[in-house]
Design a binder for this molecule. Structure first.
Ligand code: GRF
Length: 177
């Protein structure tokens, strides 16, 4: 059976990208990494794994619609069916949402709807709550608001530091995604 083709969008370290690539029960082929940060570590990771990369510079486009239109061309060239956001630090706009309706998925390091947005691990830690988590959800026009596919909780112990908490959350992310 021909597997659907996926692109991973990432802006940073790429530990989730690596986890996806190393999963042995993956039901799609990751054909492309899309990255908006020229210096992101994820680019080297993709090259080492022989995944094609498309790196773009958002500021060289007039606006979000302009760079997403370009991304759409690239995604179509590669025959991409699904988009997985893995630490992609930009909101997806109308161009991609319309073209890939119901086919864009994100991972977020909190138990949504708690702690959406940036630094979700830090937000939860500083709020002094006893649990947070990881959520995988479909992407809509909001910030971390689309329909939830899967989520799991992570407890925050009194002796947790932000580093130990981040480690637990990332380990769970890599398992779930
Ligand atoms: C992850 O915590 C992900 O949930 C969030 O950004 C982080 C990316 O980490 N959206 P990495 O680049 O996959 O290591």
């Amino acid at each position: 059976m021909v597997k659907p083709k996926a692109a991973v969008f990432a802006s940073g370290t790429g530990s989730n990208f690596t986890a996806i690539m190393e999963a042995d029960d993956l039901r799609c082929d990751v054909a492309l990494l899309v990255c908006d940060v020229q210096t992101a570590k994820v680019i080297e990771k993709a090259k080492r794994l022989n995944v094609q990369t498309y790196v773009f510079h958002p500021k060289s486009f007039a606006n979000k619609s302009a760079y997403e239109t370009e991304l759409l061309h690239v995604l179509r060239e590669y025959g991409i069916d699904w988009v997985f956001l893995a630490g992609y630090m930009r909101l997806i706009g109308d161009v991609l949402l319309e073209a890939y309706s119901g086919k864009i998925v994100n991972i977020h390091p909190s138990y949504l709807p708690e702690f959406p947005g940036k630094d979700a691990i830090g937000q939860a830690y500083r709020a002094g709550v006893s649990e947070t988590g990881v959520t995988i959800h479909f992407v809509d026009e909001g910030m971390d608001t689309g329909p939830i596919i899967k989520q799991e909780k992570v407890s925050i112990q009194t002796d947790d530091t932000i580093e130990t908490l981040a480690k637990k959350i990332h380990a769970l992310e890599h398992e779930l995604y």
